[in-house]
Every structure is written in C-alpha cells, then in structure tokens.
Design a protein around this ligand. Structure first.
Ligand code: NAD
Ligand code: ZN
Length: 240
C-alpha cells in the first residue's frame, strides 16, 4: 500500500484500466468463472453472425442479461473514488472493458469505452443511434424507429472490431502514462489486455487491484493490492 501511494503521488499521468471485477460489487457478475454469466448463458448470442441469423433468440438473452438486471445497477465506491481522483487531478482517464456506463454514473468524465456501451443502440441498416431508454423490450427483436432495420446494442460483439476512437485514445493514454492501475480484469480479452502492456513499455508502474491473481499479476504487475476494488480504492484514497 505504501509503495502504491508513493507511486501515485509522484505520477504526473495516471490511468485506470478496468474490467468486469470493478462492477461485481454493483451486483453485475463477470463473464468468466464460477458465478460468471457464461456459466448460465451461451456466449454465441453475442457472436455477430449468430446474432444476424437468430436475432429474436439472441435478443431475448441479451435483454435478460443486459437490460433486465444490468439496467438497475448503481456505481459502487470503486467507481466513485475514480471519479473523485479525476476531479482532483490525480487521474487522467479510465479505460474500461465494461459496457455498463457505471464509470460515467460514478463521476468520471474521460472514459474510453473499449467495448462500447450497453445504454446506446445502433441500427445495423441505417446506422441510427438512440438511447436504450427509448426501446420497447416487449417486442423482439428490437427494430429501428427510422427504417425498421435490425437494431443491436452498441457494444462490441464477438467478431466485431474495437471502436476506433476508444482504441486509439486508450493506446495513446497508455503510452503517456507513468502509473497504470489495473482494476478487476483477468486480462484474457484481446486486444484490450494490450493496454497495460503498452503502459509498461513506456516505463509505467503497474498497480493491480484484484482479490485474485490474473494473467497480468506474474509477468506485468509491480504492486498487487489484494482485495475488493472498493475496499482497496477507499484505503488508497485516504492515504493520498
Ligand atoms: P473477467 O470476467 O474475465 O474477470 C473478472 C476479474 O475481476 C477477475 O480477475 C476477478 O478476480 C476480479 N474480481 C472479482 N470480484 C472483484 C472485486 N470485487 N474487485 C476487484 N476485482 C474483482 O473480466 P474481464 O477481464 O473484464 O473480461 C470480461 C469481458 O467481459 C470484458 O471485455 C468486459 O467487457 C465484459 N464484461 C463486462 C461487464 C460489465 O460491463 N460490467 C460484465 C461482464 C463482462
Ligand atoms: Zn435504421
């Protein structure tokens, strides 16, 4: 903890790279592992080709996972500490793999959404964007209010590329960083997992917050703070 506090105090450019683990305390399960989403559902519903071939079936699972019980989640202390750190000039940006909008809800304004956002919808035919609040989930699949084309949530499906601006912005921030916090990410999803490696190549100190070891822990992490995201971040904030 002492080492992490010193690194954060001395850093002129700190970034946070977050994964599903930071939202676990908001009640959103991660994808992988024992209680993960993929233990209950088949991940093929988020495969782009499968979605186009089976829009109704895919949409009914997507509605259940991302809108019935994701939709009511609130930011937890971990999201809020990151929001306050940004306001105090202690954090430049958050790079998140999450699609739950909880960083913005927790007070962060510079957020690179590596995998998009579930609160936004996009028409696969005419490209029209609209908020998920405007969707009538009783009628599936969701169709476009403008052209009646098939609508998809604007987050990254399997087989889809990373949003260009978030990708470029994340890598640039990683290259400029002096400290990179990795919070609640297993580091299995590529190319997102490249971000902390890019930071390290630039000489950044890597501070990881996770109750368990991840793919980053052995080869990349300099300081591993073992514990839940909210507990560790609140403790860090008190000492900064
Ligand atoms: P992951 O599901 O592969 O791993 C979750 C990690 O979080 C694990 O290392 C676990 O030990 C850790 N963890 C669990 N509880 C924690 C806590 N309280 N505090 C800190 N860490 C905790 O997550 P991933 O590596 O982010 O990859 C999964 C992919 O799935 C990502 O691309 C992400 O977009 C997506 N996803 C997003 C959400 C969301 O938006 N909230 C939820 C599930 C999955
Ligand atoms: Zn349309």
């Amino acid at each position: 903890m002492e080492k992490a506090v010193n690194a954060l105090r001395n850093s002129k450019y700190t970034i946070a790279f977050t994964g599903a683990g930071i939202s676990v305390e908001s009640g959103i399960p991660p994808f992988r592992g024992e209680n993960g989403i993929w233990a209950k559902y088949d991940s093929q519903v988020l495969d782009l080709d499968y979605f186009h071939e089976n829009p109704k079936e895919s949409w009914s699972v997507i509605r259940e996972i991302f809108y019935d019980y994701f939709g009511v989640a609130q930011p937890n202390d971990a999201h809020k500490v990151l929001g306050r750190m940004e306001q105090q000039g202690l954090l430049k940006c958050v790079i998140t793999q999450n699609i739950d909008n909880l960083h913005q809800a927790g007070g962060s304004s510079v957020v690179y959404e590596f995998h998009g956002n579930s609160q936004r919808m996009v028409c696969t035919q005419c490209g029209h964007y609209f908020p998920s609040q405007d969707v009538n989930f009783q009628k599936l699949p969701v169709t476009c209010p403008k052209c009646s084309g098939l609508v998809k949530p604007d987050f990254t499906f399997f087989g889809e590329s990373i949003p260009t601006e978030a990708y470029a912005g994340s890598l640039e921030a990683a290259r400029n960083s002096e400290v990179c916090l990795i919070i609640g990410s297993l580091g299995e999803v590529m190319p997102a997992a490249m971000v902390p490696w890019e930071a390290k190549r630039n000489g950044a100190t890597i501070i990881e917050i996770n109750p368990k070891p991840s793919n980053f822990t052995g080869p990349l992490t300099d300081i591993h703070l073992v514990g839940k995201a909210s507990e560790v971040l609140l403790a860090l904030e008190q000492r900064l």
